[in-house]
Design a protein around this ligand. Structure first.
Ligand SMILES: *Cc1c(COP(=O)(O)O)cnc(C)c1O
Length: 380
């Protein structure tokens, strides 16, 4: 089965009991046991729920893993994956990670005795040099949020393997449509399914997939023990979203390319971050490991232009956190998604105060561009 077919027909897409072509929502917390101590398939919905299981099977198939796990948010999925490890374990972490991941690492996991070295994942020597005796995993995003930096998954996984450590990739920005890190050597992937996989800005969810049976068993144990599972209604909604991932991504990306063309020709734009740009540092690696370049664009206005006035002048594009929805969403990372990162660290990582991040939706591209243009016109 090819990818777009699998999106629709993968998982337990047909209900075994009724033949329903849309997996039913099994809104039941517990299940009748026909026999005492009989080891039933379904017993309690935190441990396992048929609706959630269909989604988990689907994401495992799409990402080429042995098992998938659905959580109540991307952050919960990331936390569950870090819970595989223990006090004193050391991680090499990409310097440009989601603000909430940065917060989880610094304000929560460090209190439990986890150690981290932050590294620019574009620099393979730095990755290699950051590995210590107690390193257990390398954790990163590609493309990163919000600078769209590209890390070479295959090369990093090779370094990890050489040192007997695991590779964990946050695949949220690329989506399963563009990139399947487990096939490039990664051991575990996580998603904020709140973004492109859900795709309609109506569900908060997270997913984790691994290709190692032993990790799968540990993750199942942790998912059940920590308990931050995705409910049956949200599992159904997310699986419905995933069915149209391919159709949406094609339009998202077509629109993003049109918006980049427009921004490139506008004299008020100082710099554009988009992996498909001819002079973008990550272009060759992105072209190697991704099917297309995604639909996230970051850009800076020329010095002196008011980013706040610009985003507040937009009429169609929503000023909002999050990304990957059918509607175009815009934000200022320094104030919004990355506000929890101290300013000096943000600046060191290249996230200027006036950086703007745009998640290009699937509206007609002419309307998205006209809105950007009218808001830019208000600036001079
Ligand atoms: C949003 C996001 C997360 C966190 O996911 P939630 O579903 O909001 O908890 C993690 N990683 C990336 C790259 C994200 O964009």
């Amino acid at each position: 089965m090819k990818f777009n077919t699998q999106l629709i027909h993968g998982g337990n897409s047909e209900d075994q009991t009724t033949g329903a072509v849309s997996t039913p929502v099994y809104r039941s917390s517990t299940f009748h046991q026909h026999q005492l101590g009989g080891n039933p398939k379904w017993e309690y919905s935190r441990t396992g729920n048929p609706t959630r299981a269909s989604l988990e099977k689907l994401i495992a198939e799409l990402e080429h893993g042995v098992a998938g796990f659905a959580f109540s948010s991307g952050s919960a999925a990331i936390h569950a994956v870090f819970s595989l490890y223990s006090q004193g374990d050391h991680f090499v972490v990409g310097s440009d990670v989601y603000g909430g991941t940065f917060r989880l690492i610094n304000k929560v996991l460090k209190r439990f005795g986890f150690e981290f070295t932050v590294v620019d994942m574009q620099d393979l020597n730095a990755v290699q040099n950051a590995i210590q005796d107690n390193t257990v995993a390398i954790y990163f995003e590609t493309p990163t949020n919000p600078l769209l930096q590209i890390a070479d998954i295959e090369a990093i996984a090779k370094i990890a393997k050489k040192h007997g450590v695991r590779t964990i990739v946050d695949n949220t920005f690329a989506t399963t449509y563009n990139q399947q890190p487990l096939t490039l050597g990664a051991d575990i992937i996580v998603h904020s399914a709140t973004k492109y996989l859900g795709g309609h800005s109506d569900v908060v969810a997270g997913l984790a997939v691994t290709k190692e049976q032993q990790i799968a068993e540990q993750l199942a144990f942790l998912q059940n023990s920590i308990g931050s599972t995705l409910g049956p209604d949200d599992s159904w909604l997310l699986q419905r979203g995933i069915k149209t991932l391919g159709a949406r991504m094609r339009v998202h990306q077509e629109n993003a390319a049109a918006v980049v063309d427009f921004l490139q020709q506008d004299s008020r734009i100082e710099k554009i971050y988009y992996p498909g740009l001819a002079d973008f540092p990550g272009l060759s690696v992105a072209a190697k490991q991704m099917k297309n370049f995604g639909a996230m664009i970051s850009f800076e206005l020329k010095a002196g232009l008011d980013a706040k006035k610009f985003v507040e002048s937009l009429q169609l594009i929503d000023l909002a956190e999050s990304l990957g929805g059918i509607e175009s969403l815009i934000e200022v990372p320094a104030v919004m998604t990355h506000g929890s990162i101290p300013r000096e660290i943000r600046l060191k990582n290249g996230i200027k105060d006036e950086l703007i991040r745009l998640s290009v939706g699937i509206e007609d591209p002419e309307d998205i561009i006209a809105d950007l243009k009218q808001a830019l016109d208000q600036l001079n």
